[in-house]
Design a protein around this ligand. Structure first.
Ligand SMILES: *[C@@H]1O[C@H](CO)[C@@H](O)[C@H](O)[C@H]1NC(C)=O
Ligand SMILES: *[C@@H]1O[C@H](CO)[C@@H](O)[C@H](O)[C@H]1NC(C)=O
Ligand SMILES: *[C@@H]1O[C@H](CO)[C@@H](O)[C@H](O)[C@H]1NC(C)=O
Ligand SMILES: *[C@@H]1O[C@H](CO)[C@@H](O)[C@H](O)[C@H]1NC(C)=O
Ligand SMILES: *[C@@H]1O[C@H](CO)[C@@H](O)[C@H](O)[C@H]1NC(C)=O
Length: 677
């Protein structure tokens, strides 16, 4: 029991953000290609600055990190929640229409939603309106950088201030914008000077204190925060929160930019590389002035010059882009696995919803019939820029051929989508046949044993028999499909690696599925053949026992299949773990072999797991499993302090189910309805 809990905690410790963001640590030095959801006035300028508002009156702009973050955890020793610590820094610039200054401001915001349909501009900063201002149902935490005077009823200290707002627009704590300068004096930071300013916000979830600091971006972080505010954020936040910025203008306006942003949960955010940040866009003219005095003439002439220059830059960029896309066509022509978009469009009836046979993993899968040959295919649509590197990788995966792998026939890229074309496999996934069979169909032991051997040989091919090592990274029952003759075929290999190519290389996305994920993979994000072996071990147990690797529907000692099987084994009753649906119609030696091999493959230390070659030798009876009662013995290597039992409560059925089902392909009968990750 205690082993069960601790191993569960171990899994959860590294998997608490499944279904949310797995990377809670990001740095954007400029926002080209950033994963942001923007709306209304908010745009990314061509040099990569995030412009929240321009100088139009009464507008709003939002930009949030696209994936929500899990901000609340249960306190194991009380019923209360603990809000996660976080640390963030960003560089911003507020450019007023004239040197006299502009108006309104923006707020760093944590909000349960990234949409604010009712929100108003001006003093409401695009977050709230009169009717909900101050209500605890808002669940909003914001740090405002405000350049408007103590408006009407809002008793803001100064026209140039920084404040902490909880659920409402009047600040709980606020101070004039200053920092302690080199001579130890408080020096004003004029927020709307148009110059870049850096801000740091830290929340300590244990001490429950928010710190806010600002300084001109040319100076280091001040030793003393501007605001130190004691507050327990768990009273405000919800479990799932979006993080980002909201800004507005009113009668008075300014262009508000974020130039770089770093964020980290439960750790110190990484430093921004100031030299890489986009520069503050040049002062925008008034445009609406009617009096033609000499300054406006100069302004007009210079804006004409600026416009001319911008047009020049833009046309050069367009020209370059056009020629670059011709290059692309050039090299694409030499790729033997390329499909024409038109054919795939026709094949899938225009990517019609009714043709969807699976959702999850990396994208949506459609069934299609190729117009030229009448062949049935599965077409997977991934939203991902098809870089040359990416395509090269797909080309190389397209050369993998093994009867127990699902053949990747080819690809096509189109407007930020990558389409991958696979063989269509009619009988659906092993996951479905085990857990949602049609007409109570029970997969026999003979079929199960065969499928396990098939998948082992497919994995062996990926690991050792091809010209380069291919790590699958997401071996699980929903990625095992059964063909018309009930042969097992493994799909989705290598995709995780592809997926990582297109992303910011400084962030590692941990790809995998709860319960199949080797501890070292969860910890470091580094997949290896032996992390595949771990997942294969989980699959062995799952198939023999007819239970998912983690299943909260079972009692506490049995939630983690691995622990339960090893406990049965220690007590000399390993066959108690066998799927009751097969009754006693199985070959005892084979069953014991599969269960024990499952335990051996699932050992926590990667070095002691067998290779896939050894695994196939054991399964084929070429070698007998050296079994010395080691099951479970190395669980004790887990360091207790790594297992924070507060994560126990986080396990939610939804999340586990979601990750199990996200298969990439599907048989005719298979339709998984969850949204993709
Ligand atoms: C400013 O943003 C508003 C709202 O998105 C937009 O309608 C307007 O055209 C923008 N003005 C300029 C000068 O870009
Ligand atoms: C911009 O317009 C305002 C009022 O419309 C005016 O007071 C200000 O001088 C103008 N600034 C410039 C740079 O023309
Ligand atoms: C620090 O700020 C004070 C007050 O604004 C100013 O007089 C002093 O010159 C500043 N020192 C430095 C090194 O900039
Ligand atoms: C907040 O500021 C206080 C006072 O300077 C400091 O003791 C504390 O460590 C800071 N907290 C964080 C999370 O930076
Ligand atoms: C968790 O709850 C205990 C008991 O109420 C309390 O002493 C402790 O401070 C809480 N921990 C956090 C991080 O809030």
């Amino acid at each position: 029991m205690s082993i069960a809990i601790s191993t569960l905690a171990f899994f959860l410790f590294f998997n608490t953000h499944l279904g949310h963001s797995l990377t809670n640590d990001f740095v954007y030095n400029g926002f080209l290609g950033a994963s942001l959801s923007r709306d209304e006035a908010s745009i990314i300028t061509s040099n990569g600055a995030l412009q929240l508002t321009n100088q139009s009156q009464n507008i709003i702009g939002h930009a949030f990190y696209s994936t929500p973050l899990r901000m609340l955890n249960k306190n194991s020793s009380s019923a209360a929640n603990i809000a996660s610590s976080f640390s963030t820094s960003f560089v911003f610039a507020i450019v007023p229409p004239s040197p006299d200054g502009g108006g309104h401001g923006f707020a760093f915001t944590l909000s349960p939603s990234k949409q604010f349909p009712m929100a108003e501009h001006s003093q409401y900063l695009g977050l709230l309106d009169q009717s909900n201002d101050g209500k605890s149902s808002n669940h909003i935490f914001a740090v405002e950088f405000d350049i408007s005077n103590g408006y009407e009823k809002f008793a803001d200290v100064d026209a140039n201030h920084v404040g902490i707002n909880i659920n409402g627009i009047s600040s709980k704590a606020s101070k004039p914008a200053t920092y302690v300068n080199g001579t130890g004096e408080n020096e004003e930071v004029k927020l709307d000077s148009g110059r870049s300013i850096q801000a740091w916000i830290e929340y300590d979830g244990v001490k429950k204190v928010v710190n806010v600091s600002i300084a001109p971006s040319s100076t280091p972080k001040p030793s003393q925060p501007l605001l130190v505010y004691s507050f327990d954020l768990s009273l405000v936040l919800e479990e799932s929160m979006y993080v980002g910025f909201s800004a507005s203008t009113g009668k008075l306006t300014s262009s508000q930019y974020i130039l770089g942003w770093s964020f980290n949960m439960n750790g110190v955010s990484r430093s921004l590389d100031l030299s890489q940040l986009p520069s503050v866009p040049p002062h925008e003219g008034n445009g609406s002035s009617s009096k033609l005095n000499s300054t406006t003439i100069i302004a007009i002439v210079s804006s004409v010059l600026v416009l001319f220059f911008l047009a020049l830059v833009a046309s050069v960029a367009l020209y370059r882009r056009a020629t670059r896309s011709e290059d692309l066509e050039d090299w694409e022509l030499h790729c033997s696995h390329r499909f024409r978009f038109k054919d795939l469009y026709v094949a899938t009836k225009g990517f019609k919803q009714s043709e969807v046979i699976g959702v999850g993993g990396f994208g949506v899968v459609y069934k299609g019939v190729l117009p030229s040959t009448g062949e049935e295919v599965a077409v997977k649509k991934i939203s991902q820029e098809g870089t040359r590197e990416f395509v090269a990788e797909v080309e190389s995966l397209g050369r993998l051929r093994h009867k127990h792998l699902i053949y990747l026939q080819g690809w096509c890229k189109r407007k930020g989508n990558l389409l991958l074309v696979y063989d269509y496999i009619p009988n659906g996934s092993l996951d479905n046949l085990l857990f949602n069979p049609i007409n109570n169909f029970v997969l026999s032991w003979e079929q199960r044993f065969k499928v396990l051997k098939d998948i082992a040989s497919g994995l062996l091919y990926l690991h050792e028999e091809w010209e380069q090592v291919v790590v699958h990274r997401d071996v699980k029952a929903s990625n095992v499909l059964l063909d018309a003759d009930m042969n097992g075929r493994l799909g989705d290999f290598g995709l995780a690696r592809l997926y990582n190519h297109g992303n910011n290389p400084s962030t590692t996305i941990v790809v995998g599925t709860l319960g199949y994920m080797a501890p070292e993979l969860a910890r470091t994000g580094k997949a290896s053949p032996s992390s595949d072996v771990f997942a294969y071990g989980a699959l062995l147990l799952e198939v023999a026992c007819g239970r998912r690797p983690l299943d909260p529907n079972y009692g506490s000692g049995q939630i983690i299949l691995l622990d339960w099987v090893s406990e049965c084994d220690r007590e000399g009753r390993i066959l108690d773990a066998v799927d009751p649906k097969i009754e006693s119609s199985y070959v005892r030696e084979e069953m014991e072999l599969v269960l024990r091999l499952g335990l051996v493959c699932s050992r926590l230390v990667p070095e002691v797991r067998p290779s896939m070659r050894q695994v196939t030798r054991y399964l084929n009876g070429d070698e007998s499993l050296p079994f010395d009662g080691l099951a479970g013995s190395d669980y004790h290597r887990l360091r207790v302090d790594e297992m924070n039992s507060i994560f126990l409560d986080i396990i939610s059925r939804d999340e586990i189910n979601k990750s199990y089902h996200s298969s990439s392909f599907g048989g005719a009968s298979y339709r998984s309805l969850e949204a993709g990750r």
